[in-house]
Design a protein around this ligand. Structure first.
Ligand code: DX5
Ligand code: ZN
Length: 226
């Protein structure tokens, strides 16, 4: 059965000085999610967005948010993310010694539970927690900054992750790809098994190109899988 491919627009890449305008355009374009990056300056050497901004976004649009926290000990923030109304929370495997406990807390708070993996983290770390998570996010770049180039070996990792999940009965589990999800890379990423594309600076929010046009182009690329 053909899997539906979804777009999660990366708010960190939007025009933050005109965010409501961009979100209305994303609504018109029909993106399925808003990708919200939260950073603590510790797990990654940067800061980005906030829980208060998420609450404001929740109050002005019905596009569901999926939150990607790049913070140490993410268990500390599960309740705060849940309070923003986010549909999903993805925490980094590398950010806590207690990933199972973090996923349990996320589900108990009513959100879908996701694990994000840094580029060098092997996919078999998921083996004993597959029943405790709802989605996997593969970082195609080193987390912390927009506008980076995909690490080439991530396409092989993506393909192997799809095979890993399918081989364990998780054919329906979404794989989110995050980082340099570009016009050039999208066909390869979809062909390798990605089902949710984080549309950022190299696809949905390209300088000088309208969001509507960019989302239409992204959707058209789903069928040219490489
Ligand atoms: C990076 C973030 C990504 C980023 C994507 O740490 O997790 O979501 O915003 O930006 P691009 O699409 O420019 O790589
Ligand atoms: Zn992200």
């Amino acid at each position: 059965m053909e899997k539906s491919i979804k777009i999660s627009a990366s708010v960190a890449c939007a025009d933050l000085l005109n965010l409501e305008t961009d979100i209305r355009l994303l609504e018109e374009a029909g993106v399925e999610y808003l990708h919200i990056d939260i950073m603590d300056g510790m797990f990654v050497p940067n800061f980005c967005l906030s829980f208060d901004l998420m609450k404001a976004i929740k109050g002005m649009t019905s596009i569901p948010m999926e939150c990607h926290v790049m913070v140490t000990d993410p268990e500390r923030y599960v309740e705060q993310v849940a309070a923003t109304g986010s549909e999903c929370l993805s925490v980094h495997y590398e950010a806590t010694p207690h990933i199972h406990r973090a996923l349990t807390l996320i589900r108990q708070s009513g959100m879908k539970a996701g694990v994000a993996l840094n580029p060098s983290t092997p996919i078999n770390v998921l083996d004993y927690i597959l029943d405790d998570l709802d989605v996997v996010t593969l970082m195609m770049i080193n987390p912390g900054f927009t506008g980076q180039k995909m690490i080439p070996s991530m396409l092989r990792k993506l393909k192997e992750t799809r095979e890993f999940l399918d081989g364990r009965g998780k054919q329906d589990m979404d794989i989110i790809v995050d980082g340099n999800v570009s016009i050039e890379n999208i066909p390869k990423m979809v062909g390798a098994g990605a089902t949710v594309l984080v549309g950022g600076s190299s696809s949905v929010f390209r300088k000088g190109v309208s969001i509507i046009e960019s989302v239409e182009l992204v959707r058209s690329l789903f069928y040219f899988v490489g």
